[in-house]
Write a protein of this length. Structure first.
Length: 168
């Protein structure tokens, strides 16, 4: 199971919505799930970089029809396919389509490690205090997405565990 956060690429997907990626999940696994009504099943788009603006997300959503965008799902899926591993991709919306990321991705994540860079974030917010409130919202929304992702996995895990696991 690949699980993580995604930005919404379509309207009507509030923070915390669970999306099952039909294009990056094994069809048999998807079919076997008891999918709660609150979940959405649809395409995920994997971007090369963080989609920072609402305009970018809207344009990619219109061009691809994908429900959500992330940075890793297609890459993980390729590895699974090459190794005959069935994958299920579960994503939680961390930012709605109309929400831009308040801090440039080059500041938010260290380009070498891919991890948050607290010192750079603090320096940016110190120089741009008007972004602090939006950054606080981003953190709250990430917490919401984390909680709903954990809850969503708990909801679908029983139907996955009832399936016999067959390794190829």
């Amino acid at each position: 199971m690949s699980a993580g956060f995604s930005g919404a690429l379509q309207p009507g997907l509030p923070v915390g919505t669970i999306v099952l990626a039909e294009n990056f999940s094994d069809p048999g696994l998807l079919k076997s799930l008891v999918v709660p009504h609150s979940f959405r099943v649809g395409r995920i788009f994997t971007a090369d970089d963080i989609l920072e603006t609402a305009a970018q997300k809207t344009a990619i959503g219109q061009a691809t029809g994908a429900l959500a965008g992330d940075l890793e799902t297609s890459h993980l899926y390729e590895v699974c396919i090459r190794n005959s591993v069935k994958m299920l991709s579960v994503r939680s919306i961390s930012d709605a389509i109309d929400q831009s990321i308040p801090i440039p991705s080059s500041v938010l994540l260290d380009p070498e490690s891919g991890r948050a860079n607290p010192k750079a974030i603090f320096q940016y917010l110190f120089r741009n205090p008007s972004k602090a409130q939006d950054f606080a919202r981003l953190l709250r929304d990430a917490k919401t997405a984390q909680q709903t992702l954990a809850s969503g996995i708990q909801q679908i895990l029983p139907s996955l565990l009832r399936r016999p696991i067959v390794m190829r």
